[in-house]
Design a protein around this ligand. Structure first.
Ligand code: FES
Length: 282
C-alpha cells in the first residue's frame, strides 16, 4: 500500500480499502492497461477507469478508488473528488436498474414531478433508494437534453420518452418482473454493471446494439427542420392534450417502444395545447 492509497477523511485516518480477489484484480489490471493506453497522459483515463471499477461492483467502492489511484499515480483524495462530483458514479451498492426521472424544469411541468411521486409510492422507496430485491434504484435526474420528449424517464441512461405516471409504473413493474423492456430509442437495455463497462469504452458486442444507438429522435429532427426554416409537414409529434391517439401513425412514431406513453403528456393547461401540434393548422 503506497502513501497515495491511504484513506484520509477530515483528519480521521481510515482502514485501508479491502483488496480485490486475485482473479478480479488480474482482470481489472488487464482492462485498465488497455484504457490507460488510449491517453497521452495516464490521469486522463480517470473517468473511464471509474466506470470500469463500477462495472465490477455496481458502484465505485473505496477499493475501486484505491485501484484507480494506484494505476494513475493519483491520491485517493483526488480520485474521490472526481467520483463524488459526477452523478453517474454511485457511491454505494444499488439496483440493477437505475430508474431516473427527469424533474428539471421542462420535464417537471410536463409531469415529471407527478411521475416521480407515483413511482416513489408504487416502489416504496425514496430518492436514491433501492427496492428490497435489489433490482430498481429510483433517482431524480437532471436534464438529459431530451426536453423535446418530456417528461423523460431514463433506465441505465437509456431513454423512455413522453412518459406518464401510468406508463412509468408499467415500466418499473416489467423491470421488477424481469420482463424485456425496450427503450424508445437507442441501444437495448442492459444492467447497470454492463452499462458501466460500455461507458468505460469497451465495445458493446450485443447483436444490433451499435446499429440501434445512432441517430436523433423524430421530435429532435422536426425541431432541427423548423430551426433551419424548412417546412415540417409531419411536425405533429406530440398529440393534442386530451385527444385520443390518432388512428394514422405519425411520421417518426414508428420508433416508439411498448413502454412509451400515449402521446398526451400533460393536462395541466387544456386550453393551450402545446408546440408543433398547435401550430400545425395555422
Ligand atoms: S428537462 Fe427533462 S430532459 Fe430536459
Amino acid at each position: 500500500m503506497t502513501a497515495s492509497n491511504q484513506e484520509v477523511s477530515l483528519g480521521m485516518p481510515q482502514l485501508p480499502a479491502p483488496a480485490y480477489p486475485a482473479d478480479v484484480l488480474g482482470r481489472l489490471e488487464a482492462d485498465a492497461k488497455e484504457v490507460i493506453a488510449r491517453y497521452p497522459g495516464s490521469r486522463s483515463a480517470l473517468l473511464p477507469l471509474l466506470h470500469l471499477v463500477q462495472a465490477e461492483e455496481g458502484f465505485v467502492s473505496r477499493t475501486g478508488m484505491a485501484f484507480c489511484a494506484d494505476r494513475l499515480g493519483l491520491t485517493t483524495a483526488e480520485v474521490t473528488a472526481v467520483a463524488t462530483f459526477y452523478s453517474m458514479y454511485r457511491r454505494r451498492p444499488s439496483g440493477d436498474y437505475q430508474v431516473g426521472v427527469c424533474t428539471n424544469t421542462l420535464c417537471a411541468v410536463m409531469g415529471g414531478d407527478a411521475i416521480f411521486d407515483r413511482l416513489k409510492e408504487h416502489l416504496g422507496v425514496g430518492n436514491d433508494e433501492t427496492t428490497d430485491d435489489g433490482k430498481v434504484t429510483l433517482e431524480h435526474i437532471e436534464c438529459n437534453a431530451a426536453c423535446d420528449f418530456a417528461p423523460v424517464v431514463m433506465v441505465n441512461w437509456e431513454f423512455f420518452d413522453n412518459q406518464t405516471p401510468e406508463s412509468a409504473t408499467r415500466l418499473v413493474d416489467d423491470l421488477l418482473a424481469g420482463r424485456t423492456v425496450e427503450p424508445t430509442r437507442g441501444a437495448p437495455l442492459c444492467t447497470y454493471k454492463e452499462t458501466s463497462r460500455i461507458l468505460a469504452g469497451f465495445p458493446d458486442t450485443r447483436p444490433g446494439a451499435v446499429e440501434a444507438s445512432g441517430g436523433a429522435g423524430a421530435a429532435s429532427l422536426v425541431g432541427l427542420k423548423l430551426a433551419k426554416g424548412e417546412a415540417a409537414p409531419h411536425a405533429r409529434v406530440v398529440g393534442q392534450r386530451g385527444e385520443a391517439p390518432s388512428a394514422q401513425p405519425q411520421k417518426g412514431a414508428e420508433h416508439l417502444s411498448s413502454h412509451d406513453a400515449p402521446q398526451q403528456t400533460s393536462d395541466s393547461d387544456p386550453d393551450n395545447p402545446a408546440g408543433p401540434a398547435a401550430e400545425e393548422g395555422k
